[in-house]
Design a protein around this ligand. Structure first.
Ligand code: NAD
Ligand code: ZN
Length: 377
């Protein structure tokens, strides 16, 4: 693994998708370059910023100033913070505000916030005037390493998360890593589960680097920028090869089948943040792989040690209010993933940095594994 770059040098990662290719610009202080970058990309375009109340308090004025410095007029719409903004009523407010701000084809929507704002504003951009360009300015670790890259946009249905959405790639991603300084520690830690996930999927050297350097990643500066850049590079490469998730992109769901079920059982609440559920999901995916005889138990133990060291949950009993029953979990897993003739698709591990998509996992085996796990916890 190469040495981290100096923090003041922005790192650029390109998502190569032909004429829809775009750059992810990563570095501390990069919000200040937003206006200049937008001018270069879409000269003369107007912009509308979509953000949430918490992010607006911290960064809306700085974002408007960065745009104004480049002569870009920008309207803004601020939604309540949290997952409850990924709903039809809030979506309608955003669309009506964009229309009122006279955002037209050739203009830009700017998503300033975490994954909630990115998904909501991205979906509005996907359907408004049959498609507007948009720029992601992710402000959470999760959004900087995951949700702002790859073009998945969505809002939630009453019947499930992310059920109403579209693939719509951004025109640019500006990840100012200094904005993470105001992120609550619990949110940062939850986002880190996705960073560790990249190492576990396909980059054992990166995982080893994280084991040695995670404290510096949490502290900020060059190590943090490096971890975000490595994560974005891997996601960009996978998205470039499999934009619509017909194959390889599913690897990014490591820990997500178990994780989503646990998150749903906890009611998508602060009882269990997404990244915390993913930490538990990764632990379960590795333990299940051991049970299937795919890798030695010592490898799974190493994964657990690292997640526990950074303060992420690794035991089902640590879920506030207690873990769900096995049958409830199986029901939620079946809802999330299609069960075909009793078979499930899972991301399994042959080792750290060596995961694969298994589409023929017996539901009965998953159930007995969960019964055992819940009993031992
Ligand atoms: N599109 C994708 O590919 C993709 C991938 C993963 C997750 N997601 C979605 O992302 C969402 C979760 O994203 P998230 O974890 O970023 O949650 P979030 O957007 O709700 O942000 C978490 C909290 O942190 C606050 N916040 C954001 N930036 C801050 C900052 N710099 N300083 C202080 N507070 C800040 C927000 O106001 C919010 O309260 C989910 O809806 C999930 O479905 C989408
Ligand atoms: Zn995730």
């Amino acid at each position: 693994m190469t040495a981290p770059l100096r923090a003041k040098d922005p790192i650029a990662v390109t998502v190569s998708l032909g004429d829809r290719s775009y750059d992810i610009v990563i570095g501390g202080g990069q919000l200040g370059s937003l206006g200049r970058r937008i001018c270069a990309l879409r000269p003369g375009a107007k912009a509308a910023i979509v953000t949430d109340e918490t992010v607006a308090r911290h960064y809306l004025a700085a974002t408007e100033a960065a745009l104004a410095a480049a002569g870009i007029a920008a309207a803004s719409v601020t939604v309540p913070a949290g997952e409850s903004s990924k709903t039809f009523p809030v979506f309608e407010t955003v669309c009506e505000s964009l229309i009122a701000a006279r955002i037209e084809r050739g203009d830009l929507v700017i998503a300033l916030g975490g994954g909630v704002v990115g998904d909501l504003a991205g979906f509005a951009a996907a359907v408004m005037r049959r498609g507007l360009d948009y720029v992601q300015v992710p402000t959470t670790l999760l959004a900087q390493v995951d949700s702002s890259v790859g073009g998945k946009t969505a809002i939630d249905s009453r019947r499930g998360k992310n059920l109403i959405g579209a693939f719509h790639q951004p025109a640019l991603v500006v990840a100012d890593t200094a904005l993470l300084d105001t992120l609550p520690a619990r949110e940062f830690r939850a986002g880190y589960a996705e960073v560790a996930k990249y190492g576990l999927i396909a980059d054992a050297d990166f995982f080893a680097w994280l084991e040695a350097n995670w404290q510096q990643v949490f502290a900020g500066g060059a190590a943090r920028d490096h971890a975000i850049a490595v994560s974005c590079r891997m996601k960009a490469a996978i998205v470039a090869r499999d934009e619509r998730e017909t194959g390889e992109r599913a690897l990014l769901n490591l820990g997500h089948t178990f994780g989503h079920a646990l998150e749903a059982a906890a009611g998508f609440s602060s009882r269990l943040l997404h990244g915390e559920a993913i930490s538990l999901g990764i632990v379960l995916a590795f333990a299940f792989s051991v049970r299937l005889g795919l890798l030695p138990a010592a490898q799974a133990a190493r994964v657990e040690r690292h997640l526990a060291a950074v303060g992420l949950p690794i035991h089902l009993r640590s879920i506030a209010g207690g873990p769900p029953e096995p049958d409830r979990l199986m029901e939620l897993i079946a809802q999330d993933k299609k069960v075909r003739r009793g078979k499930l698709t899972f991301i399994l591990a042959r080792g750290i940095g060596d995961c694969f998509v298994a589409s023929d996992v017996e539901a009965t085996e998953v159930r007995s594994f969960l019964v055992e796990k819940l009993a031992e916890q």
